[in-house]
Design a protein around this ligand. Structure first.
Ligand SMILES: Nc1ncnc2c1ncn2[C@@H]1O[C@H](COP(=O)(O)OP(=O)(O)OP(=O)(O)O)[C@@H](O)[C@H]1O
Ligand SMILES: [Mg+2]
Length: 257
């Protein structure tokens, strides 16, 4: 069991003119344990900044972010995180399997486990037969699948995904969302997925945290009434739920203009 606890997170960035810009304005939420939590907010509101805080790349000015996990024997060890980015950032000179092994080495996973892990996660994303291929010879969608396998192969306590489908064409993105949803459900993978797409959030999120434009505040939190495997984009009840989330986002836009 693992989840992210964000408590009154405040973050400023310095501006060129020496003043400070408020980016996160007291953001608080708990992510789902075992499920996908979507952070839904407009461009520039501070979603990636919050991921950077969770991964330790940025520090908060006030408040705290904690990963609560019963896989951790001591508080001293940093939490194990997996990352999937908008651009899969694969090493082009390494074969697919070596890209995954690179991540395993980084996490100090013993070499005796590498083959089994690589096999399991490439199989899950449906690309086992491409394990000896170089990323350059794969399609964009396939590369993003390898990115997902690389994020999962370290068996992270929390998987962080930052707009992972936004560079893919509509059909590829749709298929990859479906597959990510069932893989994460199967693995009971605690995941934080950043998006600015309402339909994606309603489809992927067991919990949806709606954020305002910068400075980001949490405006609403929805728990999805449908379990991961019951969600159907064309179902009238799902469409009703999506509309409810959309209405919250539209009300925000109205307040801001
Ligand atoms: N290291 C930094 N130094 C100064 N300002 C920064 C830094 N990183 C981000 N910002 C600013 O903080 C704000 C939030 O940026 P962030 O990248 O977190 O937004 P976002 O919600 O992820 O946007 P997008 O949806 O476009 O990816 C932006 O105005 C950005 O310019
Ligand atoms: Mg971003």
């Amino acid at each position: 069991m693992a989840y992210i606890h964000v408590d009154r997170a405040v973050k400023f960035f310095p501006r060129e003119d020496g003043t400070e810009m408020l980016v996160l304005d007291g953001v608080s939420f708990d992510s789902k344990a075992y499920g996908i939590t979507c952070l839904l907010g407009p461009s520039g509101c501070g979603k990636s900044t919050l991921l950077n805080v969770i991964s330790g790349l940025e520090r908060l000015d006030r408040g705290r972010v904690e990963i609560i996990s019963n896989h951790r024997d001591t508080g001293a060890r940093p939490p194990k995180l997996g990352y999937v980015f908008q651009d899969p950032r694969l090493l082009s000179w390494k074969r697919v399997e070596d890209n995954l092994i690179f991540a395993l080495k980084g996490m100090k996973v013993p070499p005796s486990e590498w083959q089994e892990r690589v096999h399991k996660y490439l199989d899950l994303v449906g690309l086992l037969e491409f394990r000896k291929q170089y990323p350059l010879y794969l399609s964009g969608g396939m590369r993003q699948r390898i990115g997902l396998a690389r994020g999962l192969v370290v068996q992270p306590e929390v998987l962080l995904m930052d707009e992972p489908y936004s560079k893919l064409d509509q059909l590829t993105a749709r298929k990859l969302r479906e597959d990510t949803l069932s893989i994460c459900a199967l693995l009971k993978q605690t995941t934080l997925l950043v998006t600015h797409d309402v339909e994606e959030a309603a489809y992927m999120g067991d919990r949806i945290v709606v954020m305002s434009a910068r400075p980001a505040r949490v405006v609403d939190i929805f728990d999805n009434p449908f379990s991961a495997l019951e969600r159907n984009l064309d179902d009238v009840h799902f469409i009703e739920f999506k509309k409810k989330v959309l209405q919250t986002v539209l009300n925000l836009v109205k307040e801001e203009v």
